[in-house]
Design a protein around this ligand. Structure first.
Ligand SMILES: [Zn+2]
Length: 410
């Protein structure tokens, strides 16, 4: 028995960015097994979902989240830049949060992601081994990392080792995979950063870290004798596409070419960067030169967990920054929010597009919503007009997690 989405418009985000009309998508188990003309793929016994009023797209890949901190929304708005590094990126009241509070926060955030059309996240927090099972139970696909720091004592590798043991690093074998997650260049010593590089390469893990997210971080790196964030990363061996640097907003102009030569991946979090640092990267300078994905970051710094908004903001601010309204057109931005995010995470052979052989990580947008009409250009509507309200159904690994705008019991 299979699941068939029938008579759909499909924004495939495949190699040609094809948009298909009146199409069927057949899903057996966790994967897309066939695509063809509308009304041709359903067989007796199949579950059929009518998508005549649906626009199917790949689920969003959110490459930088802190879902356990989801309940801090609205607690730290409009603060001076120094508030964040001086306070250790914590908000008032966080010390009183119990493990149960963090679990509740994580569970709520995972639900919100799914309802917003996100099917994959890269998430990190301290002691992630305690929390990852909640992400697993939500149905999301995820790379999970336990934050490593050594400013006030040796790094605690226990949670990371337990994540690796439980989930491994092969995305084809496990919906959750373990990453290595040093916190940032100022909260990790050069020795710890080097150890992260060595351990990650030994087991084939991705390395997730914050890079150049505030001036204080870059100043600390300079005090250690590095010319800047790029030199610090190079010293530690943390360069290349298996390293995912969140933010990178305090790179010097003179570091941009070197960064692109290294090919280190960037996770761009425009809302968070603009809200807490009033700053952004010149996105158009990096796209198509290094892997780039989009991330919402956390609720205290964004505060939305909405990838439609993130994608649109990234596009519009990039145009302003480049002084050119032609850069990063809608098709390119949809790739950034889906297949490129998957590439950043090393899972683009698994997810990120609607193609036969890929996992069925799909979103069906509701074309009866006003913001989705008229449908002159489906991709344009997704990038410039859609909102989480437009999300009708969400599937991850072929399992229906959202149906008619509500979470299922699946
Ligand atoms: Zn972060």
């Amino acid at each position: 028995m299979a699941l068939v989405l029938t008579h759909a418009t499909v924004a495939t985000v495949d190699g040609q960015d094809r948009v298909l009309h009146d199409h069927d998508i057949r899903i057996a188990g966790d994967s897309i097994t066939a695509m063809g003309a509308g009304g041709t793929l359903a067989e007796p016994g199949d579950t059929v979902i009518d998508c005549a009023d649906g626009l199917v797209m790949p689920g969003f890949v959110n490459t930088h989240t802190h879902a356990t901190l989801g309940l801090f929304r609205g607690l730290a708005d409009d603060k001076p830049r120094a508030f964040w590094p001086e306070g250790g990126y914590r908000v008032d009241g966080q010390d009183r949060f119990t493990r149960a509070d963090y679990e509740r926060s994580l569970s709520e955030a995972c639900s919100e992601f799914l309802l917003n059309g996100v099917t994959t996240i890269a998430d990190r927090v301290a002691d992630m081994d305690l929390f990852a099972p909640i992400i697993e139970a939500s149905g999301l696909r995820a790379s999970v990392g336990s934050t490593l720091v050594d400013v006030s004592g040796p790094a605690n590798w226990g949670p990371t080792e337990r994540l690796i043991e439980r989930y491994g690093t092969d995305p084809a074998r496990s919906r959750l995979t373990a990453g290595i997650a040093p916190h940032a260049l100022d909260t990790c010593s050069d020795a710890l950063l080097k150890e992260c590089a060595t351990r990650a390469r030994h087991i084939g893990a991705r390395i997730y870290l914050h890079v150049a997210q505030c001036e204080a971080e870059v100043a600390a790196v300079r005090r250690r004798g590095h010319a800047g964030a790029l030199a610090c990363l190079r010293c530690a061996g943390l360069t290349g596409p298996d390293v995912i640097a969140a933010h990178a907003i305090y790179l010097d102009e003179s570091e941009h070419e070197g960064w692109c030569a290294d090919g280190t991946a960037i996770c761009h979090c425009p809302a968070s960067n603009l809200k807490i640092e009033a700053r952004t990267i010149p996105l158009a300078r990096f796209v198509d030169r290094v892997p780039v994905g989009l991330g919402t970051d956390w609720t205290a710094s964004n505060n939305s967990m909405d990838m439609f908004w993130e994608m649109r903001l990234a596009a519009l601010v990039a145009k302003m920054k480049a002084d050119d309204p032609e850069v990063l057109p809608a098709k390119r931005m949809l790739r950034l929010a889906t297949i490129d995010g998957a590439r950043v995470m090393g899972i683009d052979h698994i997810t990120g597009s609607v193609e036969v052989g890929k996992r069925a990580d799909l979103v069906v947008l509701d074309l009866t919503q006003r913001e989705m009409q008229p449908l002159h250009d489906p991709v344009s509507n997704i990038v410039y007009s859609a909102t989480p309200r437009s999300v009708r159904d969400v599937l991850v690994d072929g399992a229906i997690r959202v149906r008619n705008g509500r979470l299922t019991a699946a």
